[in-house]
Design a binder for this molecule. Structure first.
Ligand code: GLU
Length: 484
């Protein structure tokens, strides 16, 4: 194909960017990057009641956090950049009006004077007759006189697009193949509202054409809009782009992914401590796969392998266990210095002061293998930086065990003489202490751990002691003994 590939993500700013929208963004981005094309962000804010500035900001923040840079589109919530500017639909109303007039003048769209009550009644009857609701076309063929009468009576009107009443519209979908829709079953869609503004289905066609989109990749909830959109392209004498409708995302219980299944907004995932790279990799596999079923991808790898043919028709299931596993993998692959940078906001939010005390780099390194989420880092390292808080069960079971107090006091005395405070010599010295007192390892190791960390689980013991430092360990052994 010689034409430059152009894809877009076109969110309606009526809420946060959720997982489905994030996946749509990613697939459009990957497709454009793979083909050295352009990826465009367009804000579809025609729903004046539900669109908010906050949603625009949240969506831009989310896409930015995901690392999916766009070539044209908003710079912030109000301004944009690119050869097809503006990219906010409500700044393009004059453009839509021009094409609206063209359709109305050409007899391809018409004024509909039906009131809300009349439309509700049509819906009610359809329900009674157990057929899908559909506008009955009563304003489609009004004579000029009939229209005049309606307007003389002060009736407001919307404008509907005249769908063909015969034949079928075939959506040639890159994922689903040829999907045929009988025209007679389609509605005459409202393309201009009674409140004098354009609707999504209309603007979307005009923009995708004028902005020269080659591919429209979006969620399958839009498949049913596509035949009408295609007919609008035809009515304007345009060629539709290639469509690709992505399968639905389900929660683990098999129902459509929703709040009930946990976090759905991208920013919640950020705040829980997932890495952007994890999200890119995970979302890529939520409905797409390679023939080798590869799981971990670098960005370059994803870009070079992603294709629409590998997208599945059947719904994808969101699996938090896999997501967490992947995040752990990527945290392990992150060099310590970078990990500290990523973890810092979480450490600060937890109110942990790491500017003094044990070396943060070494502390983080101790548990690097175990972190699954950035947000769990503060809890796992906090005892290095604030007074020990004893887990009550551990205190009862381990520190109150017979002899534990003597062990801690004896050790504090013995370790004070240790000439070297590194892992191996520490281990040897403590094992010698165990032997000299004819104790079992557990009778010594467990109390040390609880005394210096307050917990029964944590980093490997002797290395943890090394990193904590002699002074802190000795004083904690004595403090714990005093508390028993
Ligand atoms: N504005 C639509 C939405 O947020 C996008 C539709 C499209 O991609 O064509 O659902």
């Amino acid at each position: 194909m010689s034409q430059k590939i152009r894809t877009r993500f076109a969110p309606s700013p009526t809420g946060f960017l959720h997982i489905g929208g994030a996946r749509t963004t990613l697939y459009n981005w990957l497709y454009a990057r793979r083909h050295k094309g352009d990826f465009i962000l367009r804000i579809e804010d025609t729903d004046e009641v539900r669109s908010t500035d906050d949603s625009v900001t949240a969506i831009l923040d989310s896409v930015t956090w995901l690392g999916l840079n766009w070539d044209e589109g908003p710079k912030d919530g109000k301004t944009d950049t690119g050869p097809y500017s503006p990219y906010f639909q409500m700044q393009r109303v004059h453009i839509y009006r021009k094409y609206l007039d063209q359709l109305v003048d050409g007899g391809k769209a018409y004024r509909c004077y039906c009131t809300k009550e009349e439309l509700d009644e049509m819906r009610r009857i359809a329900q009674l007759e157990k057929r899908p609701p559909k506008y009955d076309g009563r304003c489609r063929n009004l004579t000029p006189d009939q229209r005049k009468a309606q307007e003389a009576a002060g009736k407001k009107f919307s404008i509907r697009f005249k769908m063909p009443t015969e034949g079928a519209t075939v959506v040639d979908d890159a994922i689903r193949g040829q999907v045929s829709f009988e025209n007679v079953l389609q509605q005459d869609l409202v393309i201009w509202k009674t409140t004098d503004g354009p609707t999504y289905n209309f603007c979307c066609v005009i923009d995708d054409h004028l902005m020269e989109m080659t591919h429209v990749v979006r969620g399958d909830e839009h498949l049913s809009n596509t035949p009408s959109q295609i007919q609008i392209y035809y009515a304007l004498g345009w060629q539709p782009p290639k469509f690709a409708h992505l399968s639905m995302i389900l929660g683990p219980d098999g129902s459509k992914l929703s709040k009930r299944h946990g976090a759905t907004s991208v920013l919640e995932y950020r705040d829980q401590g997932y890495l952007p790279h994890t999200m890119r990799n995970y979302l890529a596999l939520l409905g797409w796969s390679t023939t080798e079923s590869q799981q971990l991808f670098t960005d370059e790898d994803l870009i070079s392998k992603f294709d629409l043919e590998g997208c599945q028709k059947s719904p994808a299931t969101f699996d938090t266990v896999k997501l967490n596993w992947m995040n752990g993998e990527y945290i392990r692959q992150t060099p310590i210095d970078e990990l500290i940078k990523l973890a810092m906001p979480f450490i600060e939010k937890a109110g942990l002061n790491v500017s003094s005390g044990p070396d943060l780099k070494r502390v983080i390194a101790l548990e690097h293998e175990k972190f699954k989420l950035l947000s769990e880092i503060p809890r796992l390292i906090e005892f290095f930086y604030k007074p020990v808080e004893f887990d009550p069960k551990a205190f009862e079971k381990v520190l109150k065990a017979p002899g534990a107090k003597d062990v801690l006091l004896g050790l504090a005395e013995d370790l004070a003489q240790a000439p070297s405070w590194t892992e191996k010599p520490l281990e040897e010295r403590i094992r010698a202490f165990v032997a000299a007192k004819a104790l079992k390892n557990g009778q010594v190791f467990h109390p040390i751990r609880v005394a210096i960390s307050g917990r029964t689980e944590g980093p490997t013991l002797f290395l943890m002691m090394e990193v904590m430092g002699k002074d802190m360990v000795l004083s904690r052994l004595k403090e714990a003994a005093a508390k028993i």
